[in-house]
Design a protein around this ligand. Structure first.
Ligand SMILES: Nc1ncnc2c1ncn2[C@@H]1O[C@H](COP(=O)(O)OP(=O)(O)O)[C@@H](O)[C@H]1O
Ligand SMILES: [Mg+2]
Length: 255
Protein backbone atom coordinates (compact mmCIF):
# COMPACT_ATOMS: atom_id res chain seq x y z
CA UNK A 1 0.00 0.00 0.00
CA UNK A 2 1.34 3.42 -0.87
CA UNK A 3 1.57 5.97 1.95
CA UNK A 4 -1.11 8.06 0.25
CA UNK A 5 -3.42 5.11 0.48
CA UNK A 6 -2.84 4.40 4.13
CA UNK A 7 -5.86 4.77 6.36
CA UNK A 8 -5.47 7.04 9.31
CA UNK A 9 -7.25 9.50 11.55
CA UNK A 10 -6.78 12.56 9.35
CA UNK A 11 -7.27 10.96 5.99
CA UNK A 12 -10.17 9.77 3.92
CA UNK A 13 -13.90 10.31 4.38
CA UNK A 14 -14.29 6.68 3.44
CA UNK A 15 -11.77 4.11 2.35
CA UNK A 16 -11.70 0.48 1.28
CA UNK A 17 -8.49 -1.52 1.57
CA UNK A 18 -8.24 -4.75 -0.40
CA UNK A 19 -11.97 -5.22 0.02
CA UNK A 20 -13.38 -8.57 -1.03
CA UNK A 21 -16.90 -9.95 -1.19
CA UNK A 22 -17.68 -13.54 -2.09
CA UNK A 23 -21.33 -14.54 -2.03
CA UNK A 24 -21.85 -18.17 -1.12
CA UNK A 25 -25.20 -19.08 -2.52
CA UNK A 26 -26.30 -22.57 -3.47
CA UNK A 27 -22.78 -23.94 -3.84
CA UNK A 28 -20.99 -21.84 -6.45
CA UNK A 29 -19.19 -18.85 -4.93
CA UNK A 30 -19.75 -15.50 -6.66
CA UNK A 31 -16.72 -13.20 -6.48
CA UNK A 32 -18.61 -9.91 -6.52
CA UNK A 33 -15.81 -7.62 -5.30
CA UNK A 34 -12.23 -8.73 -5.74
CA UNK A 35 -9.69 -6.68 -3.85
CA UNK A 36 -10.85 -3.08 -4.19
CA UNK A 37 -8.68 -0.24 -2.91
CA UNK A 38 -10.62 2.99 -2.92
CA UNK A 39 -9.92 6.13 -1.00
CA UNK A 40 -12.40 9.00 -1.08
CA UNK A 41 -11.21 12.24 0.42
CA UNK A 42 -13.41 14.69 2.26
CA UNK A 43 -15.38 16.82 -0.14
CA UNK A 44 -14.75 14.58 -3.13
CA UNK A 45 -17.53 13.53 -5.50
CA UNK A 46 -16.74 10.11 -6.94
CA UNK A 47 -18.88 8.43 -9.59
CA UNK A 48 -18.72 4.64 -9.92
CA UNK A 49 -19.57 3.11 -13.26
CA UNK A 50 -19.35 -0.35 -14.75
CA UNK A 51 -21.52 -2.93 -16.43
CA UNK A 52 -24.38 -4.65 -14.66
CA UNK A 53 -23.04 -7.28 -12.29
CA UNK A 54 -19.61 -5.67 -11.94
CA UNK A 55 -20.01 -5.26 -8.17
CA UNK A 56 -21.00 -1.58 -7.87
CA UNK A 57 -23.93 -2.12 -5.52
CA UNK A 58 -22.06 -4.68 -3.45
CA UNK A 59 -19.18 -2.23 -3.03
CA UNK A 60 -21.27 0.74 -1.87
CA UNK A 61 -23.40 -1.49 0.37
CA UNK A 62 -20.24 -2.72 2.08
CA UNK A 63 -18.95 0.85 2.47
CA UNK A 64 -22.12 1.58 4.45
CA UNK A 65 -22.12 -1.67 6.38
CA UNK A 66 -25.32 -2.92 4.74
CA UNK A 67 -23.54 -5.98 3.43
CA UNK A 68 -20.76 -7.76 5.31
CA UNK A 69 -17.33 -8.06 3.75
CA UNK A 70 -15.51 -11.33 3.17
CA UNK A 71 -12.10 -9.74 3.80
CA UNK A 72 -10.36 -6.40 3.69
CA UNK A 73 -10.82 -3.18 5.61
CA UNK A 74 -13.31 -0.32 5.60
CA UNK A 75 -12.49 3.02 7.19
CA UNK A 76 -15.03 5.78 7.74
CA UNK A 77 -13.81 9.20 8.77
CA UNK A 78 -10.50 7.76 9.95
CA UNK A 79 -11.99 4.97 12.04
CA UNK A 80 -11.92 1.28 11.28
CA UNK A 81 -15.49 0.24 10.52
CA UNK A 82 -15.40 -3.26 9.05
CA UNK A 83 -14.96 -4.75 12.51
CA UNK A 84 -18.16 -3.16 13.85
CA UNK A 85 -21.16 -5.30 14.71
CA UNK A 86 -24.63 -4.41 13.42
CA UNK A 87 -25.46 -1.97 16.16
CA UNK A 88 -22.06 -0.31 15.76
CA UNK A 89 -22.76 0.14 12.06
CA UNK A 90 -26.24 1.45 12.82
CA UNK A 91 -24.79 4.14 15.05
CA UNK A 92 -22.08 5.00 12.53
CA UNK A 93 -24.65 5.32 9.74
CA UNK A 94 -26.88 7.51 11.86
CA UNK A 95 -23.98 9.84 12.59
CA UNK A 96 -21.97 9.82 9.41
CA UNK A 97 -23.53 8.11 6.41
CA UNK A 98 -26.45 8.99 4.17
CA UNK A 99 -27.77 6.35 1.80
CA UNK A 100 -29.94 6.61 -1.25
CA UNK A 101 -30.85 3.53 -3.22
CA UNK A 102 -32.49 2.80 -6.48
CA UNK A 103 -35.24 1.16 -4.49
CA UNK A 104 -36.08 3.73 -1.87
CA UNK A 105 -37.38 2.84 1.47
CA UNK A 106 -39.62 5.46 3.00
CA UNK A 107 -41.61 4.93 6.17
CA UNK A 108 -45.15 4.44 4.88
CA UNK A 109 -47.10 5.72 7.85
CA UNK A 110 -45.15 8.95 8.24
CA UNK A 111 -45.52 12.13 6.22
CA UNK A 112 -42.88 13.17 3.71
CA UNK A 113 -41.76 15.90 6.13
CA UNK A 114 -41.32 13.45 9.00
CA UNK A 115 -39.48 10.97 6.77
CA UNK A 116 -36.94 13.66 5.93
CA UNK A 117 -36.64 15.13 9.42
CA UNK A 118 -36.29 11.83 11.26
CA UNK A 119 -32.63 11.14 10.50
CA UNK A 120 -31.67 14.67 11.47
CA UNK A 121 -33.54 14.34 14.77
CA UNK A 122 -31.97 10.93 15.43
CA UNK A 123 -28.61 12.45 14.64
CA UNK A 124 -29.10 15.09 17.31
CA UNK A 125 -30.41 18.12 15.40
CA UNK A 126 -32.81 20.46 17.16
CA UNK A 127 -36.38 20.23 15.84
CA UNK A 128 -36.04 23.70 14.38
CA UNK A 129 -32.83 22.87 12.55
CA UNK A 130 -34.31 19.60 11.27
CA UNK A 131 -37.33 21.47 9.96
CA UNK A 132 -35.24 24.13 8.24
CA UNK A 133 -33.04 21.55 6.63
CA UNK A 134 -36.11 19.62 5.46
CA UNK A 135 -37.67 22.76 4.00
CA UNK A 136 -34.47 23.55 2.14
CA UNK A 137 -34.04 20.04 0.73
CA UNK A 138 -37.66 19.53 -0.32
CA UNK A 139 -37.71 23.01 -1.83
CA UNK A 140 -34.60 22.28 -3.90
CA UNK A 141 -36.17 19.07 -5.15
CA UNK A 142 -39.47 20.69 -6.11
CA UNK A 143 -41.35 18.90 -3.35
CA UNK A 144 -42.23 21.72 -0.97
CA UNK A 145 -45.95 21.17 -1.53
CA UNK A 146 -45.67 17.44 -0.73
CA UNK A 147 -44.45 17.83 2.85
CA UNK A 148 -47.73 16.68 4.38
CA UNK A 149 -48.38 13.87 1.90
CA UNK A 150 -47.75 10.25 2.73
CA UNK A 151 -45.25 8.36 0.55
CA UNK A 152 -48.03 6.29 -1.03
CA UNK A 153 -49.51 9.47 -2.51
CA UNK A 154 -46.30 10.19 -4.44
CA UNK A 155 -45.06 8.95 -7.79
CA UNK A 156 -41.97 6.76 -7.95
CA UNK A 157 -39.84 9.73 -9.01
CA UNK A 158 -41.14 11.85 -6.14
CA UNK A 159 -40.45 9.09 -3.63
CA UNK A 160 -36.95 8.80 -5.03
CA UNK A 161 -36.35 12.50 -4.46
CA UNK A 162 -37.74 12.29 -0.92
CA UNK A 163 -35.30 9.45 -0.27
CA UNK A 164 -32.46 11.71 -1.42
CA UNK A 165 -33.65 14.53 0.84
CA UNK A 166 -33.77 12.08 3.73
CA UNK A 167 -30.26 10.85 3.02
CA UNK A 168 -28.97 14.43 3.08
CA UNK A 169 -30.99 15.55 6.12
CA UNK A 170 -28.13 14.85 8.46
CA UNK A 171 -25.42 16.50 6.41
CA UNK A 172 -23.66 13.14 6.57
CA UNK A 173 -19.91 12.80 6.39
CA UNK A 174 -20.46 10.76 3.24
CA UNK A 175 -23.44 10.27 0.95
CA UNK A 176 -23.57 6.82 -0.67
CA UNK A 177 -25.92 6.71 -3.64
CA UNK A 178 -26.76 3.68 -5.77
CA UNK A 179 -28.24 4.87 -9.06
CA UNK A 180 -30.16 7.74 -7.48
CA UNK A 181 -31.52 8.87 -10.84
CA UNK A 182 -32.41 5.38 -12.00
CA UNK A 183 -36.17 5.92 -11.88
CA UNK A 184 -36.32 9.56 -12.84
CA UNK A 185 -37.38 11.39 -15.97
CA UNK A 186 -35.14 14.12 -17.33
CA UNK A 187 -36.68 16.97 -15.38
CA UNK A 188 -36.46 15.15 -12.07
CA UNK A 189 -32.96 14.01 -12.91
CA UNK A 190 -32.03 17.64 -13.39
CA UNK A 191 -33.42 18.55 -9.93
CA UNK A 192 -31.50 15.72 -8.31
CA UNK A 193 -28.28 16.63 -10.09
CA UNK A 194 -28.64 20.28 -9.22
CA UNK A 195 -29.02 19.40 -5.54
CA UNK A 196 -26.10 16.96 -5.61
CA UNK A 197 -23.95 19.63 -7.26
CA UNK A 198 -25.03 22.19 -4.71
CA UNK A 199 -24.39 20.07 -1.61
CA UNK A 200 -21.08 19.02 -3.14
CA UNK A 201 -20.07 22.66 -3.47
CA UNK A 202 -21.03 23.04 0.19
CA UNK A 203 -18.50 20.30 0.98
CA UNK A 204 -20.59 17.15 0.88
CA UNK A 205 -18.60 13.99 0.11
CA UNK A 206 -20.47 11.84 -2.42
CA UNK A 207 -19.93 8.32 -3.73
CA UNK A 208 -22.46 7.66 -6.47
CA UNK A 209 -23.08 4.62 -8.63
CA UNK A 210 -24.58 5.53 -11.97
CA UNK A 211 -25.15 4.11 -15.43
CA UNK A 212 -25.43 7.53 -16.97
CA UNK A 213 -22.27 9.21 -18.27
CA UNK A 214 -24.00 12.60 -18.10
CA UNK A 215 -24.70 12.04 -14.41
CA UNK A 216 -21.12 10.94 -13.86
CA UNK A 217 -20.01 14.15 -15.56
CA UNK A 218 -20.99 16.04 -12.44
CA UNK A 219 -18.38 14.20 -10.36
CA UNK A 220 -14.72 15.08 -9.75
CA UNK A 221 -13.55 11.57 -10.37
CA UNK A 222 -14.71 8.47 -12.17
CA UNK A 223 -14.02 4.95 -10.94
CA UNK A 224 -14.78 2.10 -13.33
CA UNK A 225 -15.47 -1.40 -12.06
CA UNK A 226 -15.24 -4.55 -14.12
CA UNK A 227 -15.71 -8.04 -12.70
CA UNK A 228 -15.38 -6.76 -9.15
CA UNK A 229 -12.14 -4.87 -9.74
CA UNK A 230 -11.28 -1.24 -10.35
CA UNK A 231 -10.01 -1.02 -13.90
CA UNK A 232 -9.88 2.76 -14.17
CA UNK A 233 -9.75 5.59 -11.64
CA UNK A 234 -9.15 9.15 -12.66
CA UNK A 235 -10.11 12.77 -12.42
CA UNK A 236 -12.80 14.06 -14.71
CA UNK A 237 -11.66 17.03 -16.76
CA UNK A 238 -13.50 20.05 -15.42
CA UNK A 239 -13.56 22.70 -18.21
CA UNK A 240 -17.26 22.40 -19.02
CA UNK A 241 -18.20 22.71 -15.37
CA UNK A 242 -15.86 25.66 -14.89
CA UNK A 243 -17.58 27.75 -17.49
CA UNK A 244 -21.05 26.80 -16.37
CA UNK A 245 -21.21 25.23 -12.94
CA UNK A 246 -24.02 22.96 -11.81
CA UNK A 247 -26.09 20.28 -13.41
CA UNK A 248 -27.75 22.36 -16.10
CA UNK A 249 -25.01 21.90 -18.69
CA UNK A 250 -24.95 18.17 -18.09
CA UNK A 251 -28.60 17.86 -18.87
CA UNK A 252 -28.54 20.26 -21.77
CA UNK A 253 -26.22 17.86 -23.56
CA UNK A 254 -29.27 15.67 -24.03
CA UNK A 255 -30.72 17.92 -26.71
N1 LIG B 1 -27.20 -11.36 -2.42
C1 LIG B 1 -26.48 -11.92 -3.41
N2 LIG B 1 -26.26 -13.24 -3.45
C2 LIG B 1 -25.52 -13.80 -4.44
N3 LIG B 1 -24.94 -13.12 -5.42
C3 LIG B 1 -25.13 -11.79 -5.44
C4 LIG B 1 -25.90 -11.12 -4.45
N4 LIG B 1 -25.90 -9.79 -4.72
C5 LIG B 1 -25.16 -9.65 -5.83
N5 LIG B 1 -24.69 -10.83 -6.27
C6 LIG B 1 -23.84 -11.09 -7.44
O1 LIG B 1 -22.67 -10.32 -7.27
C7 LIG B 1 -22.25 -9.74 -8.51
C8 LIG B 1 -22.20 -8.23 -8.36
O2 LIG B 1 -23.54 -7.75 -8.17
P1 LIG B 1 -23.87 -6.21 -7.93
O3 LIG B 1 -22.96 -5.70 -6.86
O4 LIG B 1 -25.32 -6.11 -7.69
O5 LIG B 1 -23.46 -5.57 -9.32
P2 LIG B 1 -23.89 -4.18 -9.98
O6 LIG B 1 -24.48 -3.31 -8.91
O7 LIG B 1 -22.63 -3.64 -10.57
O8 LIG B 1 -24.89 -4.51 -11.05
C9 LIG B 1 -23.24 -10.23 -9.55
O9 LIG B 1 -22.70 -11.38 -10.15
C10 LIG B 1 -24.45 -10.59 -8.73
O10 LIG B 1 -25.22 -11.59 -9.35
MG1 LIG C 1 -26.36 -2.39 -8.79
Amino acid sequence: MSPANEPGPTTAAVQAVNLVKVYQTGGLPVHAVRGVDLRVDRGEFVAIMGPSGSGKSTLVHMLGGLDGRTSGEIWVDGKRADTLNESGWAILRRQKIGFVFQFFNLVANMTVADNVELPALLGGSTPRHARERREYLLGELGLADKADASPAQLSGGEQQRVALARALANQPQVLLADEPTGNLDSRNTRDVLRLLGEVHRQGQTIVMVTHDARVAGLADRLVTLLDGMIVDDGAIAPPRRRTKPGAGDVVELRG
